[in-house]
Design a binder for this molecule. Structure first.
Ligand code: 26W
Length: 794
């Protein structure tokens, strides 16, 4: 497409789709017009892919996920369709600012963090690899809350992405599926009919996901809850206006909001309803499609692979059995076998408080037939394994991890360490019974968004050096290695990073009114705020460093900017205190005339996918400092390494694999191993001991306790200080001394010519962390799926 063709398409949509005239168009209208012009280019390859997967009778992958954290879509589509020149040219021609138009798009924040973003990267990679697939989830009216700071405290505001028309989705009123809850069960022999007492409708909305070079496109189908019977005209006519709208409001509640808590499983009824709602709608849709193509249900596992993203869609096990056994008359044991051969399950966390368990009473009320089937599935499992232990039901609760395990033919962890720990801890018994069921699929990230799109300077340098093949064959980045000896390559590598830092510094100055020196180390920790991720350890180190600079302000310190980003779950008190402490520390440090040239703290509010795209290319140092054994994988860690940041990190999650690949000398390692953590926890005096041995740590904690950062309320941080001194479950104190050492090693290395070599090695050796590699692994080890044959560049 030429710029002038693009311009005509934009003008056409402006007038005929948006009903606007050039003279009255706002930035919103231009952005929508550009989006529709780009969307037009998606439709043909998207239809083509659908046709080919039907015609070829290809096996399809169904990715069931409660979250898809897709962020903005316009730039993604432009890049994958190679329309940058056309779009930029058209915008310039129209006198519009291209960057500004792209930034006008709201993020689709339909996820909390890692799990949701992984699902989004997977969707893009499945399209790039021409793997016939469909993602299924919920079309939340409100995505993850917007974060604002008020006197340093986190305030949550509703997120309203659907207030504007969503340019990328196609409403599918004909894809409307009845979903029931509650009611009673009538048993007929071993089978049963379920008569729900409450019904609503799941309506589909399709968003095309286009892969690299538009070679293939899959669909993300998100369900919206609609009332079965809308509005009650009788009541309205009687003047009872609120009551007239009630059934509608109640039904719609189901897809109203994303649960903002990925910390603790709370057993909330609405959450279970959401889970059943989207899972049941997806399974019905999958079976409908299968039955339109094939007439033998026994072949389901050959033609469909259904992936459960964590346990949130775990009700898929019993529901699929119900559809096959109760509704289609298949023998129970056979139905379980077919369901199991179709389903697989990814585990994303070992934290006990995050593992889903549903109260049997609640489950029985909402899903009476499913609870009966869960008991029978459990009995069958005991019979088959000769075990006497009831696995999926305990203390009046259904344990969704165990249920998912016994209903899946493969169960995977998301990094080598995590998979290993799964076998040794939560799934120890089940693993012994089924020693080949657990497999590892280390996470990955899509290089289209996380390098090509977010870091154009580094991308251009890479392409000029080794050609363009890296974009969908990321391991080609290895070809950069010989150039790391070449001083002109290194200069250009450093210049790209430096320019990215200047851009970020300008944004900090304009948007946050904080000035930072781009010569400083840009030290970044961005992720959800969690005790186990240990933002507070990073803060303590910042405070200790600040105190040391104050002791000796003229010692020639290496300047640093500590950058934090992340949201706390609204009900997670400790995490919210960390948010507030970060802001309070920033206030004191940034205004300290003795130290502020050497040390600043920046905490931009409302961290999201788009902010990550801005921060990661400008980072020198990536903070991956979770207590070993607690972070299942991490994916931010991969994005940083890929963009030439060095990691300071523990041997946790995928950090282990990153360090192996980029090599130990290009990684700042510190801290206890997972085994050492487990060992040390047995010693109840671990925190006190560590504090006694490290005067810097003691002083930093005392400074927090003293009220130095909250003079108007000196006791504000006693909670954090007490937690650290007495309890410290996540071993902040015991790891602090080594963390400090590693940070000083960073100071020593930064600014030296070798730093750029180390950074370039990180980029050159991160190719394995492409989500294309991950998806190939799932296709081979779990889904038994192949890419569509004969896909050529569009
Ligand atoms: C029921 C409440 C709840 C909701 C979501 C509990 C737990 C979750 C998720 C499992 C949290 C999550 O996002 N986990 C992250 O998944 C990433 C992708 O695999 C990993 O990289 C992160 O290490 C893991 O924390």
């Amino acid at each position: 497409m030429t710029p002038s063709e693009m311009k005509n398409a934009i003008l056409h949509h402006l007038v005929y789709t948006l009903g606007k005239d050039v003279s009255t168009a706002h930035i919103y209208d231009w952005r929508m017009a550009l989006s529709f012009a780009v969307r037009d280019q998606i439709v043909d390859p998207w239809f083509g892919a659908t046709r080919r997967s039907y015609a070829g009778k290809l096996k399809r992958v169904y990715y069931l996920s409660m979250e898809f954290l897709i962020g903005r879509l316009l730039k993604d589509a432009i890049i994958n369709l190679r329309l940058e020149d056309a779009a930029l040219g058209a915008m310039n021609d129209l006198g519009l600012n291209y960057e500004q138009i792209l930034e006008d798009e709201p993020d689709a924040a339909l996820g909390n963090g890692g799990l949701g973003r992984l699902a989004a990267c997977f969707m893009e990679s499945m399209s790039t690899l021409a793997c016939p697939a469909m993602g299924y989830g919920i079309r939340y009216e409100h995505g993850l809350f917007r974060q604002r700071f008020e006197d340093g405290r986190q305030v949550e505001e509703p997120e309203d992405w659907l207030n504007q028309r969503h340019a990328w989705e196609f409403e599918r009123p004909e894809v409307a599926i009845d979903i029931g809850f509650g009611g009673h069960v009538q048993e007929i022999g071993k089978r049963a009919n379920w008569y729900p007492s409450e019904m609503l409708i799941a309506m589909g909305h399709d968003t095309p996901v286009i892969g690299w070079k538009g070679r293939w496109g899959n669909t993300l189908r998100l369900w919206e809850a609609r009332p079965m019977h809308g509005f009650d005209l009788q009541r309205f006519n009687r003047g009872d206006y609120a009551a007239a709208a009630e059934p509608e409001a109640l039904a719609r509640t189901l897809s109203r909001v994303l649960y903002p808590d990925d910390t603790t499983e709370q057993g909330k009824e609405l959450r279970l309803k959401q889970e059943f709602f989207f899972t049941a709608a997806s399974l019905r849709d999958i079976l409908r499609r299968f039955e339109s193509e094939y007439n033998d249900l026994k072949r389901l596992p050959q033609k469909a692979a259904i992936q459960m993203n964590d346990t949130h869609p775990a009700i898929a096990g019993p529901e699929l059995v119900r559809l096959l056994h109760d509704e289609r008359g298949m023998d129970f044991e056979e139905a379980v076998g077919i369901a199991r051969n179709t389903l697989s399950y990814t585990n994303h966390t070992l934290l006990p408080e995050a593992l889903e368990r549903w109260d049997e009473g609640l489950m029985g009320r909402l899903l009476p037939r499913h609870l009966q089937l869960i008991y029978r599935i459990n009995e069958l499992h005991m019979k088959d394994t000769g075990s006497r232990k009831v696995t999926a039901v305990e203390d009046g609760h259904v344990k969704m991890g165990e249920l998912s395990f016994i209903m899946a033919h493969k169960v995977n962890g998301v990094s080598a360490l995590h998979t290993d720990l799964m076998k040794k801890t939560v799934f120890k018994d089940l693993h012994e019974q089924h020693p080949t069921r657990i497999v590892n699929e280390t996470n990955g990230v899509t290089p289209r968004r996380w390098l090509l799109s977010c870091n154009p300077r580094l991308s251009s340098l890479i392409t000029e050096t080794i050609g363009e093949g890296w974009v969908d064959n990321l391991e080609q980045l290895e070809r950069l290695e010989p150039h790391i000896k070449d001083s002109s390559f290194l200069e250009r590598f450093a210049a790209a990073k430096r320019a990215n830092k200047v851009d970020l510094a300008r944004w900090f100055a304009d948007d946050l009114k904080i000035s930072v020196d781009p010569e400083s180390i840009f030290d970044v920790q961005i992720k959800r705020i969690h005790e186990y991720k240990r933002q507070h350890m990073n803060l303590l180190e910042t405070i200790a460093h600040w105190l040391e600079i104050r002791d000796n302000p003229n010692a020639g310190w290496v300047p640093r900017v500590k950058i934090f980003g992340g949201k706390a779950a609204p009900g997670y008190v400790f995490a919210k205190e960390i948010v507030r402490l970060t802001n309070d520390v920033a206030k004191v440090l940034n205004s300290d005339p003795l130290t502020s040239r050497y040390l600043k703290v920046v905490y931009p509010p409302n961290y999201n996918v788009s902010l990550a795209e801005r921060l990661i290319p400008a980072a020198d140092l990536s903070e991956q400092i979770s207590t070993a054994g607690k972070e299942a994988s991490g994916t931010g860690n991969m994005k940083f390494a890929l963009n030439g940041a060095l990691t300071i990190g523990t041997l946790d999650g995928a950090n282990v694999e990153i360090r192996d690949l980029v090599k130990a000398e290009n990684f700042f390692l510190f801290g206890m191993t997972a085994e050492e953590v487990m060992e040390r926890r047995k010693d109840s005096g671990h925190a006190a001991e560590a504090i006694a041995k490290d005067s810097r740590l003691a002083r930093a904690i005392e400074t927090v306790r003293s009220g130095r950062f909250s003079p108007e309320e000196p006791g504000r941080y006693h909670g954090i200080a007490d937690n650290l001194t007495h309890h410290d479950y996540f071993m902040v104190c015991s790891d602090f001394t080594d963390f400090w050492r590693a940070q000083r090693e960073v100071d020593g290395a930064f600014g030296k010519p070798n730093w750029t070599c180390m950074a370039a090695y990180n980029t050159a050796r991160s190719g394995w962390f492409s989500s294309d590699r991950t998806i190939r692994g799932y296709m081979a080890d779990i889904w038994n799926a192949a890419p569509a044959p004969e896909v050529e560049d569009a």
